[in-house]
Design a binder for this molecule. Sequence first.
Ligand code: NAP
Length: 248
Amino acid sequence: MNLLQDKVALITGASRGIGKAIALKFASEGANIAFTDLKDDENMASLVKELEGMGVKAKGYASNAADTEETAKTVAAVAADFGRIDILVNNAGITKDGLLLRMSEDQWDAVINVNLKSVFNFTKAVAPIMSSQRSGSIISMSSVVGVSGNAGQTNYSASKAGIIGFTKSVAKEFGKRGIRANAVAPGFIITDMTAQLSEEVRKDWASKIPLHRGGTPEDVANVCLFLGSELSSYVSGQVLHVCGGMNM
Ligand code: NAP
């Protein structure tokens, strides 16, 4: 029996990277997949095709997760197209790194809006649907730097720490309606996002990881599968680190 048979999952920012790996993992366990990304481009079209090839229903929605109005419209469209939403994965995220004294207001606002406000936008729009179903799992992508901080990432760390406080509050507000909310804190995962870092920085990070390797998007997707499925039916308000032991 598949772990997510006939469930409907909505995943933000899923045309590539970790979001895409989550979409494929969930589909491999029988879930129908609605996903968003900024643009309706080749990546979106090819993921829809790949998911449909796995025998599930799939649709991509071009939507800026930082935009509250656009998000409400997107969630309404997903509910109309799929009939329900069982799992929300707040995955969309960006970095705009820089030391604090050189960080512009635009760098700060962009990262807070895309990483943190998006989580408010999607959770607020999906919560009434899950409430009426009396069940749901909300998974939000934090980061180890949201727990430990990181020089050069005050904006990103603040957004990811904000997700943790938000998740715990949602778990407390909505637990009585059968909705669970958890955060995932990936460490160093090999995607386009970390490809922007220099070779030196990447080697330095890998040497500090007890498992001595960067993580894969699938490593993160496996933990999301646990949180999205009934295997985690008594897990809520938690932060699960997926970092090869880097954060303990
Ligand atoms: P990625 O490869 O850069 O992919 C990010 C995805 O989010 C892309 O599909 C991107 O769309 C989409 N996106 C960006 N802004 C958006 C917006 N405003 N609205 C909707 N979609 C948007 O990143 P990743 O490494 O897979 O990271 C995924 C999540 O994990 C992020 O929240 C990130 O902070 C978190 N994380 C990553 C790592 C890591 O080591 N990689 C570690 C900890 C946490 P486009 O294709 O249109 O740009």
